[in-house]
Design a protein around this ligand. Sequence first.
Ligand SMILES: [Zn+2]
Length: 447
Amino acid sequence: MPRSYDSPLQLLPYPGGKRFAFTIIDDTDAATLESVRPVYEYLHSLGLRTTKTVWAIEPESPPSDPRDAGDTLERAEYADYIRLLRSRGFEIALHNVSAGNNTRTRIESGMERFRQVLGEYPAINVHHEKNRENVYFDFAQTGGERPPLFQTALLRRLHRVVRPNGRPAAASAHACVGQDERSPYFWGDLCRTRIKYVRTNVFFRDLNTIKCNPWMPYSSPHTPFVRHWFDSSNGQDAECFNAILSQPNIQALKDECGCSILYTHFGKGFVQDGKGGPDLNPETKRRLQVIAGDADGWYATAGEILDRLLAFQRLAVLPLEAGAAIANRNPFDVDSVTLRARPGCVYCDAAGGAVAADPRGLIVLPGLAAGRAVVLLRQEACNALRPWHQRSGHPVRLDVETLARKFTGWRKEQSHGAAPAIPLVTSMVAPTAAMAQSTGNSGVTRD
Ligand SMILES: [Zn+2]
């Protein structure tokens, strides 16, 4: 009688056996060196590495709105501090090149200023307000067509009341034209070549961002000048930030093995006068202490997290009766792959190597080489087949090879010439030479 193995293997997109991810993306509205330095010193003291947006140049005319008043990379002390943050592992992103509307000429000089200060162009841009040069602003306001927008006024009104996760029902009016090649504000081509991720204006009320949009980061054929979009969770001011970082929300993020990209404005009311001078408010300190320093947490920048999520969109898990085949369809190696299984379950690979899920139910593979697949099967399944094999060779290896052929159909795929077959990695234990040479925390190259 066939035996059933109730032990699905599940990929987690976090490296090294981490179970959840947390980062912050800070909109630089109203932020000065003095108003945000206490926040960043505190984040650094907790070992959090987050993403800070900056303005590269001063706006063309003096700002009338306080949100538009803030330091830019033209202030030397601020630029020095931004470089210090970068050296500490924080990511520096762009919040358009300035707080005012920017023509293409100003965008080019602002991006060069960014590169002079930081050595490279930013990987992320976050739209500021309704700057004329914002690209595909209709799309950005609603996050595309998932879920579809309501077409009738009645349902739009109803949706505004219910608002699942804060997703807007319709876009508001604007004059943004950054994608229009006839406009002096056009910079779509520069956005495409220099910026990898653009934030939508969609806020989720759930701390677990990826739960609200599992497609992140995503592209659309309707927005070709944006390579990838991403959404975020709503912590836009100190009150929202402290509320969304509640103990139950943090616990849910961990229980759900979630991924949080929390959007905020650290320049807006986070810092208060303390005994020793301006300091981060005690409530935010307490909330950050709760989420930081967990051995299960992956505390990386937004760019690193999005790179990893993007790479994992091209890792395929094919469930098998007694395990799974995991294929890396990326043109690059992905290192330190975390799998979730039942605690203590032992899996074998095609070379007979065995690995056991730890007490948390996690297995960490050293990595998956570009274009390769690995098959992992429960040890009991291999043992059950052993008597049928009298051939020479390592019995476990023979069993796993047999099962791999039975279940995966790789050979069949090859003989029919339909899709190119993925070569099977025989051993999960020893990384390939190419992987041993690979560097970087996430093991993911930028495209
Ligand atoms: Zn802004």
